[in-house]
Structure formats: C-alpha cells, structure tokens
Design a protein around this ligand. Structure first.
Ligand code: GLA
Length: 395
C-alpha cells in the first residue's frame, strides 16, 4: 500500500543519520559527547494514544497523535474518524494548529458542521433524499432542506470507528461496518480508512470498502483549514488554485443541475492562484446559491491516479497546502455557514469564512445523475481512493 511513496522514511532517516554523524564527529572533536542529547533536533516519529471521552452510550473514544521527524503532529479520534489537530510549520519553522475543532469529545458530540470528519456513506448531497438503484427506490433522511447531506442523521462522522495502530510507518487504521439499511442505504458496507503522516509532511488518507449488495458510496474527509492558524480570522487572503477547467453548477438547494460548466470567465476560475476573497462577493448567481463558494470542481486529471487537485498558500505565514487525490471531484467550501456561534479549540470563535474545506469526492447527487462518474459499488468490487494533504512553506 505504501510502495508508491518514494522512499519517504528512508530519505528522512538518511538526513537524520547524516546529521547525527556530523554532530557526533564535531562533538567528539570538542570532547563534549555528553551534550549530544540536548542538541539533537529531530523529533522521533510515532504514535501515542490517550483517552478522549465517552459517548452518550458509554462507549469510550481515544485521541491518537501521529508525529513525524519534522515535528509535525496530527491528532485523530476514532469518533467519526475526525482529524482533531494538525500542527504544521510556517516559513520560520513556527508551528500552528491549522484545522478547526474541539479540545475534547464533548465539542464533537455537540452540534457542529462535520469538523475534521470522515463523511459517508454518501458525502455531499443527494437531491430530494432519494435515489433508485437496480429498479428499487431508496429513501434517505432529509437533513438539508428536502435533500440528504453527508450520510444522513447519523452518518460515519457520528459513529465510533474501530481503531488499530499500525507500525512501519506509524499509521492509524479505522474500520467501520455500516449495516444493510443504515440511514436508508442498501447493503452491508465494510469500510477501512488508513491515516498516515509521512516524512514529507503529508497527511495521507487511504480509503477502501466492500459491500455485499449493490450500493452507492462517496467518502471524504471534512477538515476545515486555516493556514494562518485555527481561530485567527477569515481565510479570504489565502490564495487558491484548483486544477479544474469545469465545475458542476448548482440550483438554489445546492444540487448540481447536471451541467459541467466552464470556469472560464466566472469567479470560479481558480486555474491560476487567486485570493479566495478576491471575487467572493461578486454579483453571480452561483455565488448567491452557495452563499459564497460551495461548489464541486471537475478535476482535469481525473482517472490519472494520485494527482494534484488544489494548492493553497497563506501569504503571511508562508504555509502552503497541496491536495492530491485519485477522486474525480473536489468540493471547495469557503466556510459560509460558520457564524461565530461555535467556540472551538482554546476557546477560539469560528466566524464566517474562518476556514475552508477541500473535500475530495465524487460529484454531488451522482446516484441521480447517470452522466456523472458512477458511485455504485457492487459485491466483488473494492472501492479504493487516496487523498493527500501535503504541507510545506513558501518564501
Ligand atoms: C459541505 C457542504 C456545505 C455545508 C458543509 C457543512 O461542505 O457542501 O454546504 O453543508 O458541508 O456545513
């Protein structure tokens, strides 16, 4: 599974080993070997686990923290498979937590818009909360007007996943069995998600799933990013680039019309980097429907394996985020529904547009849009998708 990560830990190890060697030689020459421990810079990679809190049914949850040699840290809880924190360096090496979330499980149990969550069985919207598969109509919960959003009333974001700690490289494996009929979806679905943190500062998410009956499936991660640091204000100055010539225009309930429309000449043209806030208030029907950006982009490289979908730069800190994916689409959501009522980590207030999401996915409402790439999963097939959130800095 990790073979296509070009020598990531080996490279890191080599650097550390060489550093150690140089330092040891110098220390030896100066006769100060005893000082070596305090001077070694590299953090040790690994994972630790601590209790995160109890769910209403008494089930306990844990918080797993993955660390790499660069000192980057990612906290993930098995409640909803949620990414709780991502500590990433700015151009001066200063760490900040770049995702919205809560300090304890209680926050996640209270009303919140999918912070950091694994979303399923069907991420994004299904129009009129129904679809037909093999001639049978399935009815879903209408939890977003008359539509179904993000898996229904109790989606994958609100269940406890079974967690297993993997070694070499350290990774967190989460599994969940979604029973036939859960939230109205057909078939027993067995889902596995592996989160790993590479030595190239990538949070890698590998999704696999199988079903025992024909079903539909669309999985994503719903992290809310603010590269200046969570709770530090709006994201309108972040510069965004999306590798998409087309998007799926929506109606006033945010359901795609079925058209694939060119971004050219619209405020949805992110083919060259531009500040998120540059055109967000333009008089444009799509922006009005979305109350800002809340649109699925048709990725140019779809079908070409794991390729670059989007890049974001926060000019002040220099933090950069690249999103790579095997998926055909990406939902860019500019945090329009955040309204300052949620107080998150460290008591920070999450105001309107104080974070953005880049949710890699199949297109919304695909089960009702035969021309869109299919989201059907049949027995004997394996769903297999990967998304990478890669952190770096610019000058
Ligand atoms: C997705 C949707 C948005 C909103 C958020 C959660 O990104 O597209 O419209 O529902 O989730 O608030």
């Amino acid at each position: 599974m990790y073979d296509n990560l070009p020598g990531r830990e080996h490279k890191g190890e080599r650097i550390v080993t060489r550093r150690k060697y140089l330092f040891c030689s110098l220390a030896f020459a100066l006769g100060i070997m005893g000082a070596s421990q305090t001077t070694e810079q590299a953090a040790s990679p690994g994972m630790n686990r601590r209790a995160f809190g109890k769910m209403a049914n008494g089930q306990t949850t844990d918080l797993y923290t993955l660390t790499n040699r660069n000192g980057m840290e990612v906290g993930i809880t098995n409640y909803g498979g949620r990414v709780v924190s991502i500590l990433a360096p700015d151009r001066m090496g200063k760490m900040a937590d770049v995702v919205l979330g809560f300090d304890s499980l209680d926050g996640y149990l209270s009303n919140n818009p999918y912070f950091g969550a694994l979303v399923g069985r069907y991420a994004n919207r299904i129009g009129k909360a129904r679809f037909t598969l093999d001639g049978v109509q399935y009815k879903l919960a209408q939890n977003d007007g008359s539509n179904s959003l993000h898996g229904g009333l109790k989606g994958f974001d609100k269940v406890a996943w079974k967690a297993e700690e993997l070694q070499n490289p350290p990774a967190l494996e989460l599994t969940y069995l979604s029973k036939d009929g859960e939230e109205g979806y057909p078939g027993n679905l067995s889902v596995k998600v592996v989160y790993s943190l590479t030595e190239s500062n990538e949070l890698r998410i590998d999704y696999t799933a199988t079903a025992d009956r024909d079903t539909v499936l669309n999985l994503t991660n719903h992290s809310y990013f603010n590269l200046a640091g969570q709770g530090s204000g709006d994201i309108l100055k972040h510069e965004l680039e999306i590798n998409a010539d087309r998007f799926t225009p929506i109606d006033d309930t945010l359901i795609p019309t079925g058209e694939l429309r060119k971004v050219e000449g619209t405020p949805l043209d992110f083919r060259k980097p531009i500040a998120i806030g540059a055109r967000i208030n333009e008089n444009n029907e799509q922006l009005k429907f979305g109350k800002g950006y809340d649109h699925n982009f048709v990725l140019n490289q779809a079908g070409a394996g794991l390729t670059l979908a989007a890049r974001v730069i926060e000019p002040e800190s220099g933090r950069a985020l690249e999103v790579l994916t095997t998926q055909p689409g990406i939902q860019f959501y500019s945090g329009n529904f955040l309204d300052g009522t949620i107080h998150g980590k460290g008591g920070k207030v999450y105001g309107r547009r104080s974070a953005f999401c880049l949710e890699t996915q199949h297109f919304p409402d695909s089960p009702n849009k035969p021309a869109f790439p299919s989201t059907e999963l049949k027995p004997g097939q394996t769903y297999n998708e990967t998304t990478i959130y890669k952190f770096s800095t610019t000058r």
